[in-house]
Design a protein around this ligand. Sequence first.
Ligand SMILES: [Zn+2]
Length: 276
Amino acid sequence: MVFKSSTMNINFKDSLAYLTFKELEKYEFIKHAYSSRLGGVSKGIFKSLNLSFSCGDERELVDQNYDIFCSSLGIKKNMIAAAGQVHGNTVACVSKKDLNLSSTGFTCFENTDALITNEPGVVLATYHADCLAVYMMDPKKRIVGLAHAGWRGTVKKIACKLAEKFVSVYGSSKNNIICGLGPCIGSCCFEVSQSVLEEFKALKIPETYIPFSDKEKKLKIDLKEVNKNLLLEFGLNEENIFKSDVCTMCSKDLLFSHRATNGKRGTNGSFIYILN
Ligand SMILES: [Zn+2]
């Protein structure tokens, strides 16, 4: 398997592999990762590092996948604050006291699609299989955030809701917020229906914010570009927003993709946390 990207690195630890943004690696107060399919124990359509308990995989194998992944990152499973995603725009502010540290499992935040914390010892996690992962941080105030943004979350402006919490709850300046967008299904592959396109148009943002191509008589949306432009409109600086060039559907052997498999798949995990 050949991995080609100008924006992300692939990191190997034994047979496990995960992706990181080159630009975010420069910030030493955080660690972040986007898990790949490689290095787990799940079989068949979940092969091999499936991190979702709710897509039909055997619980015991998913538990083992977490053990493998967590030990590679040097974290414990009970440090994970996991988003219980519903394609909404609710952001949870997470403290260590919100985690069930007496459990061996992670703590799930129900009805939540984005998480934010300023505490070391809290590992934020969202789950993806084509939907966009939005990594966010403020190196000045030492805050990290993560959002799950499919097309529904995108039109509900989940990325801006997360950025807004940086400012309103944690006192960030918009100028200091750094953002990594991706991986997700790319504009190469994300064909949408006319009705989905209408939802994007209803954002009342300039049409140029909705790049789509109909040269093959197909409507295609660039989720990263839409989110980037929504964040620019919110007030983030363009030089602080980094887009991944990795498409989950084009990389279906490396990453789980919903569309590439007609939904028969496992789930990738996004993680970000502040180091002690
Ligand atoms: Zn693609």
